[in-house]
Design a protein around this ligand. Structure first.
Ligand code: GLN
Length: 189
């Protein structure tokens, strides 16, 4: 059984653990950087990217997380986690982990659409995936190495770059675990 960590600083942690277990892997909450050596893949949950970054700095996680990815370990960023993976954030002159070559915009669907659900066609996963968006970002631009997996209203909402996966929505908040299963398969490879 592969071991999948969920970064446990802030956000939808428990829900991801439940989803990882439903997808047939072991889920481990990661609170210290030393725990990264025990896991095969990592999920960075949704929450608030600025708060998460503050906690990442407080617990000295930034380099350890970037190294985890650079050593070839799969990372799946959902919502705020997607923002943390990007190397370019609209309106900001700095990024966070800069592991994926893409430009993202925070809270991009607008205030009137703070949260909503939509059925999307998610390449390699399902053509009827029920996606839950909460103050969601979207991806504005991707580099040549990034494969777009899903769009919603012509905006990129899921993508993959080698061993990195991201979604603008929250796959852990429904009982449909197919995207988490997709990530577990990436980790098993
Ligand atoms: N709006 C949040 C941010 O900018 C992301 C929201 C979420 O993770 N649900 O970090």
């Amino acid at each position: 059984m592969v071991k999948i960590g969920v970064l446990g600083l802030q956000g939808a942690i428990r829900e991801h653990i439940r989803s990882v277990e439903a997808a047939g892997a072991e889920g481990i909450i990661i609170k210290y950087k030393e725990q990264l050596s025990d896991i095969d893949g990592l999920i960075i949950p949704g929450g608030e990217s600025t708060t998460m970054r503050r906690l990442i700095d407080k617990y000295d996680f930034l380099d350890a997380l970037a190294d985890f990815g650079k050593h070839g370990k799969p990372i799946f960023g959902t919502c705020a986690g997607l923002i943390l993976l990007a190397n370019n954030i609209v309106g900001q002159d700095y990024a966070h982990l800069s592991l994926m070559d893409m430009k993202v915009e925070r809270n991009a669907f607008g205030r009137q659409r703070e949260s909503f659900e939509a059925e999307i066609d998610l390449k390699g996963v399902a053509d009827n995936f029920e996606a839950v968006f909460i103050r969601a970002p979207y991806v504005v631009e991707v580099g040549p190495e990034v494969e777009v997996l899903a769009t919603y209203q012509d905006k990129i909402v899921a993508a993959k770059q080698g061993h990195y996966l991201c979604s603008a929505f929250h796959p852990e908040l429904t009982d449909d675990h197919r995207l988490t299963e997709y990530f577990v398969k990436m980790v098993e490879k």
